[in-house]
Design a protein around this ligand. Structure first.
Ligand SMILES: [Zn+2]
Length: 288
C-alpha cells in the first residue's frame, strides 16, 4: 500500500488531509485542480506519481524521485503558465492530448503539470477537456489556478478541486463592490479606483481574490465582445458594460494588466505600489 508523503509541503490547511485521503484510498484522481497561492504541491504530487517506492511516496531517493527532482523525468511534463501566460497555445494542448495515450516511459504514471491554468484560452481548455473526458489509464493532470472559477465549468466538473491558502470562491468577493470597481476603470476620475482599492493594500488575500474576479470580468467582456456567451465571472452586467464601451484589443490589454498585477503579488510586490500602477495601467489600457 502506498502512502502520500507530504512532509516537504510548505503550505497548511485541510488540503493535506484531503490529499492524503484521496491518495491513500488507492487511485489518484486523474485530474486535479489546485486553486490558490503557488506552492510546492504540484512538484510533490508529480514526484509521488512517478515514485517507485512501495511505501511512502515520494520517498526522495528512488530513481524516479531523483529524476523528478532534477527536472529530467521523462514521464513528467510541465507547462509554466505562471511564468508565461502565453504558454498554452492550443497546439501544445493537442500535443499533450495525443502524448497522454502513449504508455509511460518508465514510471507507473505519466504526469502533466499545467501551472497557471487560468491563463488558458477557452479553445485550449476545450482541447484539454477532450482528454479529461476519456482519460487514459495511469495519467495524472495537475492544474494550478488562482481560482478554480477561472476555468470552464466543464473542466472543473472533470477534476477534483483542492483549495490552498489564498483560494477564493466567486462568492467570497462582494459582487456589488466588483461592479463599482469595474466601472471605476473607465470612470472620468481616477480617484474612484484608488479610493475603492485603498483597503486592499493591507489584505493580500482579499487583493488576490479581487484581482482574480476582475480578471474573470475582463475575460467575460472580451468573450462577449467577440460574440461569445460564456460567463465565468457570474457578473454579466459589468462585463457587458465594458464590452459595449471598449474594443476587444483594449479588453485584452486590461486582462494582461491584471495578470501582471497577479504575478507582482505572487512575487511579494509592495501592494500600495502595485495598486497605483495597476490603476494607471488599467486606465491607459481603457484609453482614459
Ligand atoms: Zn521515490
Amino acid at each position: 500500500m502506498s502512502i502520500l508523503n507530504l512532509s516537504d509541503f510548505t503550505g497548511s490547511g485541510d488540503v493535506k488531509a484531503q490529499l492524503e485521503l484521496a491518495f491513500n484510498a488507492g487511485r489518484l484522481p486523474h485530474a486535479m485542480i489546485l486553486e490558490g497561492s503557488k506552492s510546492n504541491l504540484p512538484e510533490i504530487l508529480a514526484k509521488a506519481a512517478v515514485c517507485l517506492n512501495d511505501g511512502e511516496k515520494p520517498c526522495g531517493h528512488c530513481p524516479g524521485c531523483v529524476k523528478a527532482r532534477a527536472g529530467s523525468h521523462p514521464d513528467i511534463f510541465t507547462i509554466d503558465g505562471d511564468a508565461n501566460p502565453r504558454a498554452f497555445p492550443v497546439d501544445a494542448i493537442r500535443q499533450i492530448r495525443s502524448d497522454a495515450y502513449i504508455k509511460p516511459n518508465e514510471a507507473p504514471n505519466k504526469v502533466y503539470v499545467l501551472l497557471g491554468a487560468q491563463n488558458m484560452s477557452e479553445i485550449s481548455q476545450n482541447a484539454l477537456l477532450k482528454v479529461l473526458e476519456e482519460p487514459p489509464e495511469n495519467v495524472l493532470f495537475i492544474l494550478t489556478a488562482i481560482s478554480a472559477t477561472a476555468l470552464l465549468p466543464t473542466i472543473r466538473s472533470r477534476a477534483q478541486i483542492f483549495s490552498l491558502e489564498g483560494a477564493h470562491a466567486a462568492n467570497d468577493v462582494d459582487l456589488a463592490y466588483m461592479e463599482k470597481l469595474t466601472a471605476a476603470v473607465t470612470a472620468v476620475n481616477e480617484a474612484d479606483f484608488l479610493f475603492l482599492t485603498a483597503d486592499l493594500m493591507k489584505d493580500k488575500n482579499k487583493l488576490r481574490a479581487v484581482l482574480a474576479q476582475l480578471m474573470l470580468i475582463f475575460r467575460d467582456a472580451a468573450v462577449l465582445r467577440a460574440g461569445g456567451k460564456v460567463c465565468l465571472s457570474g457578473q454579466k452586467e459589468p462585463a457587458a458594460a465594458l464590452a459595449a464601451g471598449l474594443t476587444r484589443d483594449r479588453l485584452l490589454l486590461l486582462l494582461s494588466e491584471v495578470q501582471k498585477a497577479q504575478r507582482a503579488l505572487d512575487q511579494n510586490a509592495n501592494t500600495a505600489l502595485l495598486l497605483t500602477t495597476l490603476c494607471a495601467n488599467l486606465r491607459a489600457a481603457a484609453g482614459r
